[in-house]
Design a protein around this ligand. Sequence first.
Ligand SMILES: [Zn+2]
Length: 253
Amino acid sequence: MIRLRRAVLAPGTTELLRSYTDDIRQRATHEERKARAKALWENRRQVRPALLAGLAEMAPGHERCMYCGDSQGTDIDHFEPKSLAPLLTFDWLNHLLACSSCNSIQKGNRFPLAADGSPLLVDPTAEDPLDHLRLVLPVGTYRGLTDRGQACIEVFGLNTRSVLVKGRMDAYLMAQGSIELWRTAMDRGQRDKATEIVRVAWNHPLIDVLVAMFHQSGHPAADALFVGEEETLDLLRDSELRTAFLHYRGLSY
Ligand SMILES: [Zn+2]
């Protein structure tokens, strides 16, 4: 998961979403609202293309899932499930793009809450997941820094889906290659090639790995986190390189 900026919908779509929400609000009980929300959502043809386009604009890489970052995001996920919060069924701020594994198999209707009733899962459009999760780069697994990070690991199977773990290890090697190629291209005066290297690097699946590399290179314990990878750490600390890569995604680690 990486920090994402929410796109702005067209006024017509926003108005349609509001009318659906008003319709649901008119039902008296939670059960009636839930049933109405379900029926309206099953018949969402009028808003589906606009919602998917907005989510695709925000998603990492080529429409990757906002939770795992690996597979194509094909489903509109309700961060707060519509069965629990029917009034948020058509709330744009409650919509995320997810792959079917994350949406249907892993998350389903699971939405764990803290003792104070606040959500334990992290919405990457509302806050930075890296405040809750740390990627152990050489082994491709996440550590929960908070209860919320731990909940994300468990609900989405971030460490138990071996395709994700193996994919992150490969993504680490790919990202190391990308920053080395970028430095070489710049040293040779090949600015267009360097720009293309940045674009392609951000379009790889699992770009949470590249984000974690930049994030951890600024950590006080970076020398320990990158032990044996000093050349990579030096590149990640190259201010020209950081600017070129991070500005492309609007990040500022
Ligand atoms: Zn996913």
